[in-house]
Design a protein around this ligand. Structure first.
Ligand code: HEC
Ligand code: HEC
Ligand code: HEC
Length: 442
């Protein structure tokens, strides 16, 4: 009896294994002769440029360490909790790039995360979002990529430990966490909303940074847009868990995504900075409006913005505190000397080039990470609002000084509980800043 049961279990195991291998196996797609540039129309190439910009292909497919590399030639180093991963060359070079890929091969890579040869790709390539792209967008993207300059350059091998280095593991990951399929419009919403959702959930993959991931690196389904840590920064929540006192309205979102600065919330710093500056400033206005329209719904702006007037007035009052009377608080004094000259604001609302810290996410998040990042790195004139910079305090302030300023701002500018272990956290962020090459823009 037991024997038969065991045989049954083993049999099911073998069948399951075979089923899995069948699921995991993809044939190679035949190579083609690289298509002539003249086989694509100028209109299609231009549409493809917009698709590539909305998916930030150049951000992850251009090397930034070792002095940088040619655009789209790959070898961009991505640090993951599992080890470093290097991106592929997606220029039309026939050997090193995708010059011998047919459009069908690109479509399969974007939709299913499978390379031309049939190899499972690592989800650091956000195909879990790209899967939502339409055939038309992928076709236009193909025209754009195939007409870029070919670059004969190899990427470094990934540094993933065994067994993660086994590509079959990626197939198991897909079975657990990946839902392939083109975006399905939601008929209960208008065209602008659907365009925004299509871009945000798909090509522009905002959730790749703003949604927390589980221990296997997959975005948590029940926590969409709850905020997450990315490259040593906090990507804040984009839903109604966003803690900043004034609402991310459609207009605030539009300004931020298009120009890299929102009148009330301030600048896009760190890993967010290229999203507006390098990409969303280069695409049709309508698309940026659509994304803003979509997130104003995700964060329930309509219900929340009625409190904004009071929140703004409160923030302006708080900003004034430092300037009244003889300051006995030594932390206030430190803040006054280092920061207040540039961050002072008065009613009715903050000056665009002078973010009001009482309204900025840096003070309202659960951790002081972004505040310390900005204090240590400063902001270049290319980040945030164009042409406006904030100096780095890396050498001017000790970890203890930064801790005092952070504690002071948190207790005078927010209604939230104090942060803990501030000096230790300041030291931790300082460690990460040290490893950044001097000429890196972010
Ligand atoms: C967040 C980073 C990131 C972004 C954004 C990104 N990629 Fe990638 N991509 C990668 C990584 C990493 C790999 C390598 C995956 C692997 O080795 O399994 C990759 C692999 C690929 C491949 C497979 C190439 C091959 O030789 O197997 C293609 C095609 C590709 N990306 C196209 C694109 C396009 C087109 C865009 C823009 C719409 C894009 N990627 C945006 C990170 C990214
Ligand atoms: C590469 C990672 C990354 C991607 C992709 C990304 N973000 Fe961000 N985002 C961040 C980080 C990090 C911050 C914090 C920046 C700061 O504090 O200056 C941020 C900040 C923001 C903020 C400001 C939130 C606040 O409370 O201050 C908004 C709004 C936002 N992102 C929207 C988006 C949207 C919409 C997309 C997609 C179109 C997107 N982001 C794509 C990383 C990313
Ligand atoms: C010389 C002027 C100046 C000083 C001094 C200064 N800042 Fe700034 N700060 C700015 C400007 C300008 C910006 C907006 C930059 C942009 O839009 O690119 C900014 C932005 C910020 C932001 C928003 C970052 C984001 O990504 O949302 C924070 C937080 C901040 N500063 C904190 C501080 C603190 C804390 C101090 C004191 C230690 C300080 N600043 C001192 C000029 C200054």
């Amino acid at each position: 009896m037991i024997k038969r049961l065991l045989a049954g279990v083993v049999g099911a195991g073998v069948l399951g294994g075979l089923g899995f291998l069948y699921y995991a196996w993809y044939p190679p797609i035949a190579t083609i002769d690289p298509p002539a540039a003249s086989s694509f129309s100028a209109e299609q190439i231009e549409r493809g440029r917009i698709v590539a910009a909305e998916g930030y292909c150049a951000e992850c497919h251009t090397r930034t360490d070792m002095g940088g590399g040619p655009e789209l030639a790959g070898d961009y180093k991505m640090e993951t909790p599992f080890g470093a991963i290097y991106s592929s060359n997606i220029t039309p070079d026939p050997e090193m790039g995708i010059g011998r890929w047919s459009e069908e091969a690109l479509r399969r890579a974007m939709r299913l995360g499978v390379s031309r040869k049939g190899v499972h790709l690592i989800p650091a390539f956000p195909y879990d979002h790209f899967t939502k792209m339409t055939d038309q967008d992928i076709s236009d993207l193909y025209a754009y990529l195939m007409t870029r300059p070919a670059v004969h350059m190899a990427r470094r091998p990934n540094e993933l430990p065994f067994p993660l280095s086994l590509r079959i593991g990626q197939a198991a990951w897909k079975l657990l966490f990946f839902t392939p399929g083109i975006y399905k419009p939601d008929p209960s919403h208008d065209a602008l909303w659907n365009r925004g959702a299509y871009l945000a959930e798909g090509n522009a993959h905002c959730g790749a940074c703003h949604t927390p991931r589980n221990f296997m690196g997959a975005e948590k389904k029940g926590s969409m847009y709850d905020g997450a840590v990315v490259d040593g920064w906090i990507a804040p929540p984009l839903n109604d868990k966003n803690p900043t006192p004034t609402t991310w309205t459609e207009d605030e979102l539009y300004q931020y995504l298009r120009f890299g600065v929102a009148p009330l919330h301030g600048p896009a710093g760190g890993p967010m900075s290229p999203v507006p500056h390098r990409f969303l400033s280069q695409v049709p206005e309508y698309d940026v409006h659509a994304i803003a329209h979509y997130y104003a719904d995700v964060d329930h702006a309509a219900e929340r913005e009625k409190h904004d007037k009071a929140a703004l007035a409160r923030a302006m009052e708080q900003s004034k505190i430092d300037l009244i009377g003889p300051n006995v608080d030594p932390d206030a004094k430190l803040y006054q000397g280092a920061c207040a000259a540039c961050h002072y604001n008065a009613a009715p609302s903050p000056v665009l080039g002078r973010p009001d810290l009482a309204l900025n996410n840096a003070l309202w998040l659960d951790e002081p990470t972004n505040l310390f990042q900005v204090m240590l790195r400063g902001l270049t004139a290319e980040e945030g609002q164009s042409g406006i910079a904030m100096p780095s305090f890396y050498n001017a302030l000790s970890d203890a000084d930064m801790a005092r300023i952070a504690a002071y701002l948190r207790r005078t500018r927010t209604t939230l509980p104090p942060w803990t272990d501030l000096e230790k956290k300041a030291a931790e962020v300082r460690e990460t800043v040290k490893t950044i090459p001097v000429n890196s823009s972010h």
